[in-house]
Design a protein around this ligand. Structure first.
Ligand SMILES: [Zn+2]
Length: 205
């Protein structure tokens, strides 16, 4: 090869390669909006700006296909791979220096989507106390009041415990480093018709 054949990949050429993978693109420089290759998998409403394709590296954003929806990840990743592979092949034939087509695309910053949250929360239908207990890193059934509080607070923190409304509290429990007395508050386990509660915020006194 001679130097004369080393023509760099032009933006229009990169755009054309991108369009060969994702179809029509409304370009704005090196990036543009396109129809998501995984649009059939979208579970929430589509907007014209949901999916964008990047034909040339923009700062840290690698060439690829980026969609706002998460359910189309397999399709967008496949399209990103195809795009970078095609751009890499074209660069390889045009210039001696090539970019690896294997760099994973940088994901766009996540955006809060209430519909997405609801969709994910629905997957956990039936996530009740038993469900949580089965997955707890701590054994819940053998907790005592003191060992429960010991999970929540750090050594030196003091917690006021109540079993009477309109009172200043019936005990001040202090978290100590292990071994601690797991039975320190066992007097509160029975015979408290109003229930037992504690101030979540540790006290200084
Ligand atoms: Zn998508």
């Amino acid at each position: 090869m001679t130097a004369a054949t080393f023509t760099p990949l032009s933006l229009p050429e990169a755009q054309r390669i991108a369009e060969s993978i994702v179809g029509a693109v409304r370009w704005l420089g090196a990036e543009g909006h396109c129809t998501c290759p995984g649009i059939a998998k979208h579970a929430t409403a589509n907007a014209a700006s949901d999916c964008k394709v990047v034909a040339e590296r923009i700062g840290t954003l690698a060439p690829g296909v980026y969609c706002f929806h998460g359910s189309c990840q397999a399709e967008t990743e496949a399209a990103s791979y195809a795009l970078r592979s095609a751009l890499g092949k074209r660069s390889a034939s045009a210039a001696p220096i090539t970019r690896s087509p294997f760099i994973m695309p940088r994901r766009p910053a996540p955006q809060f989507d209430p519909a997405k949250l609801e969709r994910i929360a629905r997957k956990l239908d039936g996530a009740d106390a038993d469900w949580l207990a089965a997955r707890s890193p701590k054994t819940p059934w053998n907790r005592t009041p003191a060992s429960f509080l010991n999970e929540l607070y750090g050594p030196g923190e003091r917690v006021v415990v109540f079993d009477v409304f309109e009172s200043q509290g019936q005990a001040v429990w202090e978290c100590t480093p292990p071994p601690f007395d797991a039975r320190a508050l066992d007097a509160f386990r029975t015979g408290k018709p109003q229930g037992v509660w504690f101030l979540a915020q540790p006290v200084a006194c």
